[in-house]
Design a protein around this ligand. Structure first.
Ligand SMILES: Cc1cc2nc3c(=O)[nH]c(=O)nc-3n(C[C@H](O)[C@H](O)[C@H](O)COP(=O)(O)OP(=O)(O)OC[C@H]3O[C@@H](n4cnc5c(N)ncnc54)[C@H](O)[C@@H]3O)c2cc1C
Length: 532
């Protein structure tokens, strides 16, 4: 007999768990999140939010909160011996390509110590319960659900929760994947580092003053390398060094840290105040799970893959895993979709895990000056925006067209609008205000149609009533105050003004009809996608 029944239990209150809880809440499902630690992350770890992530966060009502918490604006990366020089290389704004043709969302720059509390607050506002200092001790799944044993860490008290589904957002070191017998592959441990935060009034005229991130190549540092971050451009720094045979975590006493910081800054008598010392080594790994689903258990975030931070994808992908999984879980839990919809999670999400792992590994190896192997992406996709907006979802939750070549990526600068691709951004005007077509999407399934698309309203109403789902219809260029000044939406989406495109809640095109002849097929398309 369990003490509590919940639709979804999420293990881990990191970016992936909190994102899953937030988007489940947005779709009307109140999740229970349990987290072993007493708080969210105190470490800033992932700083940048890519615009496709900001679009998802905008849907959750979080864009403004993220931008207010952003400390990163421009990025200057330097490589050199110390802040005092010599400097070998400077990269300005390398991480911030102009994507304004693809999105209206800005880049975010909130560290994880700020973004996790924002997500946690929003998840709670949307109905989630978050229990800190609580861990999953064991779980067992059967045909109807998952029984999970929890332990309240301060009291040691155990309780049992019965959940329809379990989401393993328990990070790379979480135990759920292992208990399911899911193995993995990849290069494994690349190196380990220890880090500290410190405050110092570094002279403003040093050659590397003003850097956001500095990679140090200095034989006086352990292993010859170090990383110095100053994202806030204040007197607060994050400094990490590698552990090697000669330097272990216990060798890094306060005195030794002060010595190393002065070497990194290049000012021998610099007054320095240590404000936080990492308790355990950060492991930089390249590893991908062999599967990301087992029955009623779904893996998200670092439980799926762990990539070197160089590519900047770990945290961003963790947020998006939650975004892509939540609507599917919600529709199944709410009885609006059959369980087969959940079969699409792995085929849609797994190829992307492999892609970003190869990308992150390549970025790491390049920074190290090492040869790339077959498992590292030899060249960045051209354009690199494919990694944000160009990856496709190929599964039974997409009604693929006969001539679809199954390509896993496409160039978002030349969108096809075909099913399985992200709905393209088109600038529109709604009630006099500029909006992106993406802002019409996300709360439910959406049908976009054009000036001659009157027949779709009745077809959509009938489909929604028959299936008991919400299906919003937006007629672009009709009489509803939504216009397309550049007259590009229909060609961009690959339909005519009488055609329509059905978009899933995750902004992906599920099905389209080039003209109004497809009105009779709409319900069937939804049935196929929703496993009804
Ligand atoms: C130094 C560093 C820099 C980084 N920089 C970037 C960057 O610039 N950009 C980027 O995108 N990414 C970056 N990353 C990666 C990013 O931080 C991770 O990908 C992200 O935090 C993963 O989130 P997660 O929620 O999947 O896992 P985690 O943050 O690891 O969260 C998992 C949580 O599950 C909890 N847990 C585990 N087991 C249990 C259990 N049995 N019961 C209860 N709770 C449990 C853990 O306590 C933990 O809080 C960086 C990482 C590091 C370490």
């Amino acid at each position: 007999m369990s003490d509590q029944r919940v639709p979804v239990l999420i293990v881990g209150a990191g970016l992936s768990g909190l994102s899953t809880a937030t988007f489940l809440g947005l779709h009307g499902v109140p999740a229970l999140v349990v987290e072993r630690h007493p708080t969210t992350s105190q470490h800033p770890k992932a700083y940048g939010q890519y615009p496709h992530v900001m679009e998802a966060l905008r849907l959750a009502g979080l864009e403004r909160r993220y931008l207010e918490a952003s400390v990163l604006q421009d990025v200057r990366i330097m490589i050199g011996v110390s802040m005092a020089g010599p400097i070998f290389h400077t990269i300005d704004e390398a991480l911030w390509p102009d994507l304004s043709a693809l999105t209206t969302a800005a880049w975010g720059g909130a560290g994880q110590d700020r973004s996790e509390p924002i997500l946690a607050d929003r998840a709670r506002e949307l109905g989630a319960t978050i229990r800190f200092s609580t861990e999953v001790v064991s779980f067992e799944q059967d045909d109807e659900g998952v029984t999970v044993v929890l332990r309240d860490i301060p009291t040691g008290e155990r309780s049992t929760v019965r959940a329809d589904y379990l989401v393993a957002a328990d990070g790379h070191r979480g135990g759920i994947r292992g208990r399911l017998g899911i193995g993995g592959h990849g290069r494994g441990l690349l190196h380990r580092l220890m880090d500290v935060h410190f405050e110092a009034d570094v002279p403003a005229d040093l050659p590397a003053s003003g850097h956001v991130l500095m990679h140090l190549q200095n034989p006086e540092l352990p292993g010859g390398y170090g990383d110095l971050g100053n994202p806030e451009q204040l007197n607060r720094y994050l400094f990490g060094v590698r552990l090697d045979e000669r330097t272990q975590a216990e060798d890094l006493t306060e005195e030794r840290w002060l010595e190393l910081i002065r070497i990194a800054v290049g000012v021998p008598d610099l007054p320095v105040k240590l404000t936080r010392r990492g308790e355990e080594p950060v492991e930089i790994r390249h590893w991908i799970a062999d599967r990301i689903r087992d029955g009623r258990v779904f893996l998200v975030g670092d439980a799926v893959r762990i990539v070197p931070p160089n590519g900047g994808f770990g945290g961003n992908t963790a947020v998006m895993d939650g975004f892509y999984l939540a609507w599917k879980l919600a529709m199944v839990v709410n009885g609006q979709a059959g369980p087969g919809l959940l079969d699409s999670y792995e085929p849609e999400r797994y190829p992307y895990a492999e892609t970003i792992a190869a990308h992150g590994l390549a970025a790491f190896l390049r920074a190290e000056g090492q040869e790339l192997g077959e498992d590292a992406m030899q060249a960045d996709p051209d354009p690199v925006s494919q990694l944000y907006f160009g990856y496709r979802h190929i599964s039974d939750a997409i009604v693929r067209e006969a001539d679809d070549d199954g390509a896993p990526m496409e160039n978002p600068e030349r969108p096809t609008g075909r099913p399985g691709s992200r709905a393209p951004h088109v600038p529109l005007v709604k009630d006099g205000a500029d909006i992106s077509s993406i802002e019409l999407l996300g709360r439910s399934f959406v049908l976009l149609t054009g000036a001659e698309g009157e027949p779709w309203a009745a077809a959509a109403a009938q489909a929604a009533a028959e299936l008991g789902i919400e299906l919003a219809v937006h007629r672009i260029g009709g009489d509803g105050g939504l216009t397309d000044p550049a007259n590009t939406w229909a060609t961009t989406y690959g339909v005519t003004e009488s055609g329509a495109t059905l978009v899933r809640p995750d902004f992906y095109v599920a099905w389209r009809s080039r003209d109004a002849s497809g009105t009779t097929e709409l319900t069937g398309a939804l049935r196929a996608v929703l496993d009804r």
